[in-house]
Design a protein around this ligand. Structure first.
Ligand code: SF4
Ligand code: SF4
Length: 206
């Protein structure tokens, strides 16, 4: 990806290549022959075998930045339509676009020229500290209960789990990585391999 984030970022090539790639699971294999039992060696433990930390801080960095894609399955469009009390046609017309034959959420440019996901909301509040007025910015997802798989499984994507360097590079922009809740290897791999909404996705506590 061009940068870290829930949205798969466009880098000028086919976005299909950049979406989360689900690798076939590799198993400890036992092969039987009439003459002998041949044991093939187990796969080496992955670098994240002892677990990784992640707790979303709601910074919203993953929902904005350069142009990107948030892929939607048919089922997710239906869930979103139900949530918004719209028809699926209305959801597609108002919030989606077709990219290389697939459906992605649309984006809008913010005042800084960044590409916000159409469902990202920014709220500014002020507090007083002595004589000073401090402005706080909070960004949130307005469809959080029905956010798509891509958003639910971040940051446990195949790409991020492929090496510590890639994980730590993503963590430079996603401040929730490497802090907070510890995810065990099996949790992370279940999220990485999920084809539909996982039962216990990482949450931002919203
Ligand atoms: S759907 Fe929500 S969580 Fe996903 S990119 Fe858009 S605003 Fe962010
Ligand atoms: S902490 Fe990470 S996952 Fe949470 S909003 Fe920020 S960039 Fe997104």
């Amino acid at each position: 990806m061009g940068r870290c984030g829930i949205r798969v970022v466009a880098c000028g090539s086919d976005p299909g290549v950049q979406e989360r790639i689900i690798e076939p699971r590799r198993f400890f294999r036992v092969s039987f022959s009439p003459m002998k039992l041949e044991m093939l060696p187990a796969e080496k433990s992955p670098w994240y075998a002892d677990g990784l930390q992640f707790t979303c801080t709601q910074c919203g960095n993953c929902c904005t930045g350069g142009p990107g894609f948030v892929w939607m399955s048919e089922r997710e469009i239906e869930r979103l339509a139900e949530h918004l009390k719209l028809t699926t046609e209305q959801v597609i017309e108002r919030y989606c676009r077709t990219v290389f034959g697939r459906i992605s959420l649309t984006e809008r440019r913010n005042a800084q020229g960044e590409h916000d996901c159409i469902f990202l909301k920014e709220e500014r509040t002020e507090s007083h500290e002595g004589d000073q007025t401090v402005t706080h910015t909070r960004r949130s997802c307005t469809i959080y209960p029905v956010r798509p798989l891509q958003c639910r499984t971040w940051p446990f994507w195949d790409s991020n789990l492929s090496s510590p360097d890639i994980w730590n590079h993503a963590a430079e922009r996603c401040h929730g990585m490497n802090r907070g809740r510890v995810f065990a290897r099996e949790n992370m791999e279940a999220l990485r391999d999920a084809k539909d909404w996982p039962e216990n996705p990482p949450t931002s506590g919203k």
